[in-house]
Design a protein around this ligand. Sequence first.
Ligand code: HEM
Length: 233
Amino acid sequence: MSALAINPVQRVVRFYEAPIGKKAVMALTGVMLFGYVVAHLLGNLQIYSSNPEQINRYAAFLHNPANALALWVARLVLLAAVIVHITASIQLWSLKRAARPIAYKKKDDAATSYAARTMMWSGPIVAAFVIFHVLHLTVGAVVPLQEIGPNEPNVRENVIAGFQNPAISGFYILAMILLCMHLYHGLWSMFQSLGISHPRYTPKLKQGAAIFAILIAIGNCSIPIAVLTGLLR
Ligand code: HEM
């Protein structure tokens, strides 16, 4: 074997050291987190089922001790994805700053660049939201949580009781709007980083990213709004 041969771990480290490696890792972890957001929204929309027990049955299934291992593996994978996503974003941001210490005066104006400029603060606010949200609906540190029985949270009651507080609902709605901008720019820049760009398809990809992000925001915001307006009670 040649003395210059490197093992697979070194290969991955070298790949990550290059900016394109960091961008690819951000794209991969971003897709994982995006997948979670979509799956979580589909789960939450069960609150509109004509059967009020539906969402609680779903929660009881997730909390069933028989599924505990799968649940914890999924939680740890997601947590790792969040940590890697944040670390790579900070590293890319400092590389960019080091390469161009004085920012261009003229900002490339467009809806995209507005979302782009908000990335470095929409990200931290969404992260702060997730911490608040887990304390609110998983830990029960904001409003006491109700249970139907052991490992059976009364998700329907807990969501409705929380969103009846306008301050809590307002914070959720604000965070969902920032998440929408973050997803829009994140999806869009992922296509660019991966080199998926073509004069004919690029506007369509941009439109697709916007539609996806807006649909997710509508689905998420609809729940606190439905509670505040008394549609969900
Ligand atoms: C109005 C919108 C949302 C509602 C009604 C909602 C509802 C819930 C509920 C009821 C739980 C507890 C589930 C359980 O214990 O079985 C939960 C957990 C969680 N939610 Fe949300 N959620 C919303 C938006 C989001 C968003 C946008 C994110 C991510 C950006 C998110 C991330 C999480 C996480 C990470 C957990 C903890 C999961 C776990 O304990 O394993 N949620 N959510």
